[in-house]
Design a binder for this molecule. Structure first.
Ligand SMILES: [Fe+2]
Length: 390
């Protein structure tokens, strides 16, 4: 979880009156909402609304959207060229699932239209990686600015709206929905809960929402709630961003991949040094620009390896990728459990004289096998499994 934050006005003691004159129905107070995790046992935030957050006019079914899986009969390496994926929908409806398992869904999203309706994921923590686009994520916690190369972490049950600033480059997102926890690797934190000296990032690199004036609006406000495959449309009786203040450790925040301080050695260091987030059943790593190994005999691209209990999914974000041929910006490769993968022919020799890499990639390693989704089929490079032949 990110560090404790406080925004706007809160009373000196929790669960006591926070006066407001005259207040909703002249009750003279703000209305507390406590957002808790793991029952009441883990991180929480306390939010002060202008009105009770429970005022609903109507609840309607909005359908089910099961994920269609691709028909696969082989275990093999996969390369998707996702940069060619057509733009569609909005930042929520435009999400195209590409891989999934019981722990997570990984989608790409190239929205064509602005998000008009408030959205809330009732079941999953969301991690958005911004390949292109700048703007703000609006929620009851305030406006959270984002920019390219930001990870945006959105706790489950956060009602939000994403706004992109006008830009000649259309917005482009990688979206991970995590059914379990999503936090930082425990080894990065000291027993006091602070990032250790030597961790590749720290509290200063995490950015929470700005204090934002509450929206005092009665009316009819539509909210789409995703609960697994089931979607529900709510009509709220007032705007839910009516928050005068809050404090706690549950809120959306950003971390920019360019703030990741790479750890390097004289010889090749294994992928866990790139770890950024810890999910339940998966990890997220940032392969940031870095100096390469300095030993005079070092082989500076990764060794071939069989990661026997893990599926490795790599999204190529920026720069040149020293160990790969045929991948491009926006490519996504899946190197599954059960078979070895490694550098492409010629890349070992080519890397010997190179001192640094400017590559930026996001890796998601899952501990349960991933299934390819139907939306990935048209993006697949069928030659990839054979790309290690000379
Ligand atoms: Fe690998």
């Amino acid at each position: 979880m990110p560090q404790y934050l406080q925004r706007g006005s809160i009373p000196p003691k929790r669960h006591t009156t926070h006066p407001r004159d005259p207040g909703y129905k002249s009750e003279g107070i703000h209305y507390e909402e406590v957002i808790t995790t793991q029952g009441f046992s883990r991180a929480y935030s306390i939010v002060y609304h202008l009105r009770p957050p429970t005022r609903v006019i109507r609840v309607e079914a909005a359908g089910t959207k099961p994920i269609a899986l691709a028909e696969r009969s082989t275990l093999q390496h996969i390369h998707l060229k996702t940069a060619s994926m057509p733009a569609s929908g909005d930042p929520i409806s435009g999400r195209v699932p590409l891989f999934c398992n019981a722990d997570m869904i990984l989608s790409r999203c190239r929205p064509k239209e602005p998000q008009q309706v408030l959205y809330r994921n009732a079941r999953a923590e969301e991690l958005l990686f911004v390949q292109h686009g700048k703007g703000r994520l609006r929620s009851m916690f305030g406006d959270l600015p984002f920019r390219p190369m930001d990870y945006i972490v959105i706790p489950k049950c956060t009602t939000y709206l994403i706004e992109f600033d006008p830009d000649p480059t259309p917005p482009d997102l990688l979206v991970v929905e995590s059914n379990g926890d999503l936090g930082f690797p425990p080894r990065y934190l000291n027993p006091d809960g602070q990032f250790r000296l030597g961790a590749p990032f720290c509290e200063r690199d995490l950015h929470g929402p700005a204090a934002t004036a509450p929206l005092d609006l009665e009316g009819e406000f539509e909210l789409l709630i995703k609960d697994g495959e089931t979607w529900t449309k709510y009509l709220l009786a007032h705007h839910p961003f009516d928050v005068a203040g809050w404090d706690g450790m549950v809120y959306p925040y950003t971390f920019n991949a360019d703030d990741f301080e790479p750890i390097t050695g004289t010889i090749h260091q294994p992928p866990p040094i790139h770890q950024t987030f810890q999910g339940s059943g998966f990890v997220v790593c940032t392969f940031a620009p870095r100096m390469l190994d300095t030993h005079p005999l070092a082989i500076k691209v990764p060794y071939a390896h069989s990661n026997v209990e893990s599926d490795e999914l790599l999204f190529y974000v920026r720069g040149q990728f020293g160990s790969r041929r045929g991948v491009e910006i926006g490519s996504m490769t899946l190197h599954p459990h059960g078979i070895p993968h490694g550098p492409h022919p010629g890349t070992i020799q080519a890397s010997r004289s190179v001192q640094a890499t400017n590559e930026l990639a996001v890796m998601v390693d899952t501990f349960r096998p991933l299934s390819m989704c139907a939306g990935a089929v048209l993006l697949e490079d069928p030659k990839y499994p054979y790309s290690w032949l000379d």
